[in-house]
Write a protein that binds this ligand. Sequence first.
Ligand code: AMP
Ligand code: MG
Length: 351
Amino acid sequence: MKVETKISKVNPLNPERDILMEAAKLIREGHLVAFPTETVYGLGANGLDEAAAAKIFEAKGRPQDNPLILHVSSIEEVEPLVESISHESEKLMDRFWPGPLTILFKRSSLIPDIITAGLDTVAIRMPSHPIAKELIRLSGVPIAAPSANTSGRPSPTLASHVIEDLYGKIHMIIDGGSTGVGLESTVLDLTGEVPIILRPGGVTLEDLQEIIPNVEEDLSIIADSEDIVPRSPGQKYRHYAPKADMIVFSGQLPNMVRAINAKAAEYIKDGKKVGIMATDETKDEYKAGIIISMGSRKRKETIAQNLFNTIRLLDGEGVDIILSEGVELSHIGTAIMNRLKKASGGKIIKV
Ligand code: AMP
Ligand code: MG
């Protein structure tokens, strides 16, 4: 169904209340609104309205078995949505909310099946972005919001990415500039014996270990092969994929640069257009291709911030193949490598 998409610019530091009131009204009426969060842009709908949530799946082309995260504006809003709140989750909410940590709880009967894809758990997060927080508060309902992209495409970190994917399919896009973290939230399962990270994100393993030392990562996050089936439904799909083919390199920096230069030369000889995802430390060492630095290796947060936009920029250049440097698997680096692995369909070359 074609709908008229209104695009409204909002100041992320001091959001214009009238625009957010209008957006909140659309949410309450069962429509879709895209808005910035501190992770990526979200595609929001009333999380207690089955028909509204169904529109998210339709607009994104999202598989029905991939559950949605509910977004709240205060810790008190969690209670009616869950069966119980453990001491552990209380400590984690106190420490990391608002922020990029999604926690799984046993769900209450208030939540429509479509949100949880029929599972008995529900994923909940309280975002810190002023626009997201105020929009949820004004809506007066939990907002179901996956990333505001077409399923499978790189997640949106700018309003222009949302426009590219969803213009004409949703009622409103709130343009609040670029998002902060640039990668989706960490998803943490606290419903089993041991806390498990199902998806790495802005809150890292090392951060979580300070509160829950026994936390583990789902095997599929750290495994080299794509053979281990992830526990989280969403993690089993090809994600964040560019239109171009993509190969990721991991290893010592000089080895990566050498291998990427060699691979680029091969592709160029075959008449292919090559894009290279480099870093500030290496960008001058590449001999050919369209070279974009994602940021400095000294501040991996910058690399996270620029990752999805870099993939979209290279797609915009019409490259046939993207060759990307990898980063070490620690702190935010684990989340960066997880997204690169998915974007490349598991094509990681160790050098
Ligand atoms: P997105 O909102 O597109 O960033 O995706 C949400 C992620 O959270 C996906 O990987 C989902 O599979 C995961 N998720 C949401 N709810 C649950 C749940 N109840 N159990 C396991 N994973 C979940
Ligand atoms: Mg997504």
